[in-house]
Design a protein. Structure first.
Length: 239
């Protein structure tokens, strides 16, 4: 049964719908035919998720299984809000809840709004056994579901921000032959984030692997490098 809190959130989303935003969403997100777009701006969805962070798990589950895109976005953002203060068993419970529902996280914006904020903190602090980090990431990276693979890549942003770069480099090596451009872009994004923190390390990695990487990955990865380095790597990938 729908609770008043969930009804309130759903009503608030519809109150904030803008037809012009919906048109833009349809162009950028390219959702499947059975998706319903309301046209709610992302900052508004974030604000509502913060206000409803105490939603019951069954209500979050209802949001995640909705075919209304902004409801699924609100669902993952509620999980991200909860993860900010979760510790111990609660943190692992949130991660398990999220990983059991990755089929609901079915567009790039849903992944990018949640992977590093829900799964990421557990990867940084949670596993008692460090190899568990690679086990989880490798399991997602081996999935036939595109969005599982993107979740694996984007989740490493939390590790990159914590100064742990090897899991990202590992996934770049694993997924560099992936057929999906959305994976190529995510790999380049994470490499760029490493380069923001340690440019010489990124340059050394690219010197070794640039010819194995998709062109778009190289373009994304080198955006913040000095012009001469960027040009060198782009040329190397074009040959």
């Amino acid at each position: 049964m729908t609770t008043p809190s969930l009804r309130t959130l759903r009503g608030a989303l519809r109150d904030r719908a803008e037809p012009a935003v919906r048109i833009q969403q349809a162009r950028v997100l390219r959702p499947p035919d059975d998706d319903e777009l309301l046209g709610v701006r992302v900052p508004a969805v974030r604000e509502l998720a913060r206000a409803h962070r105490e939603l019951a798990r069954e209500d979050v589950d209802a949001l995640l299984h909705s075919r209304v895109h902004e409801e699924r976005l609100a669902g993952v953002l509620v999980l991200a809000e909860r993860m900010r203060t979760a510790r111990g068993a609660e943190r692992r419970s949130l991660v398990d809840f999220y990983l059991a529902r990755t089929r609901c996280v079915d567009n790039w914006d849903l992944v990018d709004a949640s992977a590093h904020l829900v799964l990421g903190p557990w990867l940084v602090d949670g596993p008692e056994d460090p190899p568990a980090v690679e086990d989880v990431l490798d399991g997602l990276a081996a999935s036939s579901w595109l969005w599982d693979r993107r979740i694996a890549v984007v989740a490493t942003l939390a590790l990159v921000r914590a100064g742990r770069f090897e899991p990202t480099f590992h996934l770049v090596r694993v997924l560099c032959r992936d057929p999906e451009p959305l994976i190529h872009k995510a790999l380049g994004w994470m490499l760029r984030e490493i380069g923001r923190r340690d440019a010489p390390l990124l340059v050394a990695f690219l010197d070794q692997h640039v010819t194995d990487l998709p062109r778009v990955t190289v373009r994304y990865a080198t955006e913040r490098l000095p012009a001469e380095d960027r040009a060198r790597f782009v040329r190397a990938r074009q040959r």
